[in-house]
Write a new protein. Structure first.
Length: 319
């Protein structure tokens, strides 16, 4: 392995571990805190699961791949499709983008139509939205998974399209479906939300707190969305350009993938920094874990002392 590959593997390893720990804590903190088990936060759980899916499926390609001899086709082709090719990781990325669209619609409806029962986010709507986000993500990635093959000559997994026009059509389609269209929709929705929140009439004293809370939540979700777009753009563009003369698998492409991995890692930190409620839930969770560990440790110590005392009494009675 080259020095660059070693460095990238080290970076991926750290990011994947932090990703899995941080996003797991997000899920557990929401599920263990009754006040946080609301439809909106279940979308954040889905976002965390999508980020974790990216981390899990990108690991074979960038972390474990150098440590084993890749089998030749047909087994090698199958392995490229399900693991070492990294295609499944982009299902998680696409699901995350579509989840952010659902979150943007929730903000739009709750801010512009706060009294509309029809537009209110319900558990049933969340279930349908989450299912749709993963369904579209899987469908959009099926063509890339289908053409993924293992190249014995170059010792890499690569897409082998029937013709360059199919590859170009697919990459442009995924750029539109997975990036351009959803982020345009989110830009419009958040633009309306920001205009409503920051240009509303002078609220009454009883509405000031509610308005400030809505602004705070919107800022947090807007930061998550903007960072997601900024970190995803380089990799998305280099993927499209790879069929228009840009070298596929270049260092620029790999750096772009690192940025996507970094993006899937930062959300738990953003929640902790910007959301007091999540921060308190996380602190209670970590305190409970620490307390549980100490109680278990003390119980083991107590059992150990009792066992040693019992042993000494038995020995003394035998003597």
């Amino acid at each position: 392995m080259s020095d660059t590959e070693v460095l990238l593997m080290a970076i991926y390893s750290v990011l994947v571990v932090v990703n899995l720990i941080g996003n797991t804590l997000v899920c557990v903190a929401v599920l263990r805190t009754k006040s946080m088990r609301v439809p909106m936060n279940y979308l954040l759980i889905n976002l965390a699961l999508a980020d974790m899916a990216f981390a899990v499926f990108v690991s074979p390609q960038y972390i474990f791949r150098p440590f084993f001899q890749h089998p030749s086709p047909p087994l090698g082709d199958f392995l490229c499709k399900v693991a070492t090719g990294g295609s499944l990781s982009w299902i998680g990325t696409a699901a995350a983008v579509f989840t952010l669209v659902l979150i943007a619609f929730e903000r739009y409806n709750s801010i512009l139509f706060p009294h509309s029962i029809k537009r209110r986010l319900t558990a049933q709507k969340v279930k349908h939205g989450i299912f749709a986000s993963w369904l579209v993500a899987v469908v959009s990635e099926i063509p890339a998974i289908t053409v993924m093959r293992y190249s014995v000559k170059h010792d890499i997994c690569t897409e082998e399209w029937p013709g360059i026009r199919y590859a170009r059509a697919y990459t442009l389609m995924t750029f539109f479906i997975d990036f351009a269209f959803p982020f345009t929709v989110m830009a419009v929705l958040y633009g309306r939300v920001i205009h409503k929140l920051w240009n509303s009439d002078s609220p009454s004293s009883t509405q000031v707190v509610l308005l400030q809370q809505r602004k705070k939540v919107t800022k947090l979700l807007l930061i998550v969305t903007v960072l997601h777009g900024v970190f995803l753009l380089p990799d998305t563009v280099t993927y499209v350009l790879s069929y228009f003369g840009f070298k596929y698998g270049s260092i620029a492409y790999k750096v772009g993938t690192v940025l996507v991995c970094l993006n899937s890692t930062v959300n738990p930190f953003l929640y902790s920094l910007r959301s007091e409620r999540f921060r308190r839930s996380l602190q209670r969770l970590l305190h409970w874990k620490t307390k549980s560990f100490h109680l278990t440790y003390k119980a083991r110590e107590k059992n150990s002392v009792e066992l040693r005392t019992s042993t000494r009494l038995e020995n003394s009675s035998l003597n």
